[in-house]
Design a protein around this ligand. Structure first.
Ligand SMILES: C[S@@+](CC[C@H](N)C(=O)[O-])C[C@H]1O[C@@H](n2cnc3c(N)ncnc32)[C@H](O)[C@@H]1O
Length: 373
């Protein structure tokens, strides 16, 4: 599919060595930090890696500042500003998230020196506080005027924008790539996608703008994945193989319930996520069916379970086989994006494993560079 397979790197260090050959990164990492209460160990792992690559982009002059789209609570942006004194504009469509980021960053600023053992290195000058990281609420599209947003919110030299996105959900990952290509002042892209459930596919009637496929290569083939495949793409084979996410009985209960719903003509009933752990199929079904007015006896539920009980091993085998397809589907989505970057003349574009897949299953990043000014 790709003309140059070198653009797919299995390891971030290979990419860093290739892109930043002569840079001796002297920036401090967060290894000595205790972020207890401020982020989970998973998030700390992710922001540590993205902090490293962002600093390399900044120190080598590729970028003058960053825009973090889908900034959320500002886990990454706040650390880039506080630890490295780099300007960041965080944009999120959710006002609640923006407010939460402002609140969180204020708290983090106050506690900052306590997090850092070697305080002399990273102490933030008082006058710089609150000016380096700004948050705005805005629903980002390809038509967003980033230049204005940056000028309105950040100060000093903002000529080369680094576009960051950590776990960009829905269409935001693909949209980031279009935004990067379209904006002449954006010189670097680092994007890690999230789930693909809400990725809009080409429906052929072109009723809605679509974000898969992006590349001419797949578009010309009218390539389609469908919802089931997109949902499957977010399954973590690594976690399952690592036994931290064994196929559990809930999935089996859910399958039996589907047969039951079909029997009662509830074909499109949305169960949603059931948070509590259920000890039996009866308990699972009762919790799941709360929203319906189906009147079912325990006997009926029990006999339904007994009918399929013997198929559990076959179900688990099927579940695992299906999960083996997940990496292939995710690769296809990400390679399509890489291909699109290539087709649009962005030759310095790379797909690289950035995170530990057991710690953080959505672990692949698209990194791209443009030479400007
Ligand atoms: C999975 S969260 C990730 C948040 C953050 N980057 C992190 O790693 O914790 C994705 C975020 O993207 C935001 N988002 C989704 N689509 C967006 C859009 N078109 N414009 C701006 N924000 C968007 C959501 O509100 C959400 O906060």
């Amino acid at each position: 599919m790709l003309c140059n397979m070198q653009t797919v790197c299995s390891n971030k260090q290979i990419l860093f060595n290739h892109l930043f050959k002569n840079n001796n990164n002297t920036r401090s990492s967060f290894k000595n930090c205790r972020f207890n209460g401020f982020m989970s160990s998973k998030k700390a792992h992710e922001v540590t890696v993205l902090n490293e690559i962002s600093c390399l982009l900044y120190d080598t002059g590729y970028v003058t500042h960053f825009v973090d789209i889908g900034d959320g609570k500002g886990y990454l942006s706040s650390l880039l500003a506080l630890n490295n004194q780099i300007q960041v504009l965080g944009i999120d469509s959710s006002h609640t998230k923006t407010q939460s980021s402002v609140h969180r960053t204020n708290l983090l600023e106050r506690k900052w020196n306590g997090f850092i053992k070697d305080q002399t290195k990273r102490k933030m000058p008082e006058n710089k506080k609150k000016t380096l990281y700004k948050q705005v609420t805005h629903f980002v599209t390809e038509n967003t005027d980033f230049e204005k947003l940056v000028l309105d919110n950040l100060s000093s030299d903002t000529s080369k924008v680094g576009l960051l996105g950590l776990h960009t959900c829905g269409n935001l990952g693909a949209s980031s790539i279009k935004i990067f290509i379209k904006n002449p002042k954006m010189s670097a892209l680092c994007n890690v996608s999230c789930c693909y459930h809400f990725l809009t596919e080409n429906d052929e009637n072109n009723l809605e703008e679509y974000y898969f496929p992006l590349s001419k290569f797949l578009s010309e083939k009218n390539f389609k994945l469908g919802r089931n495949a997109r949902m499957l793409a977010a399954q973590s084979l690594e976690r399952i193989l690592h036994k931290s996410e064994e196929p559990n009985t809930t999935n089996f209960y859910r399958a039996i319930l589907q047969v039951f719903l079909k029997k009662h003509n509830f074909r499109h009933f949305n169960i949603g996520r059931i948070k509590s752990k259920c000890c039996s199929f009866e308990e699972y079904a009762r919790t799941a069916l709360k929203k319906t007015n189906l009147n079912i006896s325990d006997n009926e539920l029990r006999s339904m379970y007994e009918l399929y009980e013997g198929d559990q091993n076959a179900f688990i085998a099927f579940y695992l086989l299906r999960c083996y397809l997940a990496p292939a589907i995710e690769s296809l989505i990400l390679l399509d994006r890489l291909m699109y970057l290539n087709e649009n003349g962005i030759k310095e574009s790379y797909l690289v494993q950035l995170f530990d897949p057991i710690m953080s299953p959505r672990c692949y990043g698209l990194v791209a560079l443009k030479k400007i000014g």
